[in-house]
Design a protein around this ligand. Structure first.
Ligand code: NAP
Length: 335
């Protein structure tokens, strides 16, 4: 069985995922695409045998589309996810699930009423081998109770249009999902701190930004989010637990010794660092659908919980105080 995928939004990550589906992964094909820019959609569809260009709503309704891959602008996600739920079709939605908490809640409530999981959200770190090993180390119990986590999300350089809201919504959101998944509990509180300003960054951008998150059991996660690290894209994480620590390795792992120095390259960006994670993420999604099962990756609830925490971070930035994260009761569908 081949899963026939309709892709809505064929910009940067949409095209990257289409390359993956058509050239790297197995068990799926792209049968329809839609984009606000119809010429771009035609260009992307042209080399794919049998792929049609349709309006987004028509992709969702199309009888030759089994599942939706949603990679359009974040602002359009909620309407398309709800339409996919209306058509009872699985939808892989790149993060964020929606740009407002209210829209995320509407999606969760709609899916809960249907009584089955259709939505997977693109938090790809859960599919990265290093993050999976880190989680296994925590969950093995050998380290005892986790106490805190130091993490860093360093981008090499961001464009001048990059705002503090982008840092929170596009970068820190990955740390939020990672922490919820690593420790298997919700985040209940968020605080922000702003150290001395990086002269490489525009004055309007808070850079670096420190975010401190607290989980239900009291684990503290401090996140350093840097827009202009100047040396590359570096994702770091170390968990301190009762009986020891565990940490992400440096990537790529190859070390060169030459001319009196030891060196290791630093990834240039997220595409390079997480290329394998994206492959695994989409292959596992396709495999779940092929087996006729529900998606097993990050759920609509995970998208909602991340939105609740980013909202609390934005409030903390405004008030300077620790802000409580508000979540409704979790529907049984997500247990
Ligand atoms: P992008 O390059 O701007 O691509 C978005 C595409 O969607 C554009 O071709 C855009 O067309 C089209 N589009 C916008 N609104 C649409 C609508 N209502 N219906 C149909 N098409 C529409 O953006 P991107 O960087 O690929 O990001 C897309 C999504 O993926 C975002 O939500 C982003 O946060 C997420 N993302 C996730 C990760 C990750 O690590 N998981 C990484 C990158 C991106 P026009 O340009 O003509 O408007």
């Amino acid at each position: 069985m081949t899963i026939r995928i309709g892709v809505i939004g064929v910009g940067m990550i949409g095209q990257d995922h289409i390359r993956r589906i058509t050239q790297v992964l197995s068990g799926a094909t792209v049968t329809a695409v839609a984009d606000a820019d119809t010429d771009r959609a035609r260009e992307v569809a042209a080399p794919i045998s049998g792929c049609r260009v349709l309006e987004a709503e028509a992709v969702i309704e199309d009888a030759a589309v089994d599942a939706i891959l949603l990679t359009s602008w974040a602002e359009s996600h909620a309407a398309y996810v709800l339409a996919a739920l209306g058509a009872r079709k699985p939808v892989f939605c790149e993060k964020p699930l929606a740009t407002t908490f209210a829209d995320c809640l509407r999606i969760v409530e709609t899916e809960a009423e249907l009584g089955a999981r259709f939505v997977q959200v693109g938090f790809m770190r859960r599919f990265d081998q290093d993050f999976r090993l880190l989680r296994a180390a925590v969950r093995s119990g050998e380290l005892g109770a986790p106490l805190l986590m130091h993490s860093a999300h360093r981008m090499g350089a961001v464009p001048h249009t990059h705002t503090t809201a982008h840092t929170v919504n596009d970068a820190v959101v990955h740390e939020i999902d990672t922490a919820r998944w690593l420790f298997d509990e919700e985040i209940v509180e968020a605080l922000t701190l702003t150290p001395r300003h990086n002269p490489n960054s525009g004055l309007a951008l808070i850079d670096p930004l420190i975010v401190v998150l607290r989980t239900e059991s009291g684990v503290l996660i401090n996140v350093e989010a840097s827009g202009n690290s100047a040396y590359g894209y570096d994702i770091r994480g170390e968990i301190v637990a009762q009986n020891g620590t565990c940490a992400l390795p440096d990537r790529p792992a190859v070390i060169t010794r030459r001319a009196g120095s030891v060196s290791r390259p630093v990834p240039s960006g997220w595409r390079e660092r997480f290329v394998n994670a994206y492959d695994v993420e989409l292959q596992e999604w396709v495999d779940c659908l092929t087996r006729g099962g529900e998606p097993e990756g990050p759920t609509a609830w995970d998208g909602l919980a991340a939105a609740a925490v980013t909202d609390a971070i934005h409030r903390a930035l405004a008030t300077g105080a620790a802000e409580t994260v508000s979540l409704p009761e979790r529907p049984a569908l997500y247990d």
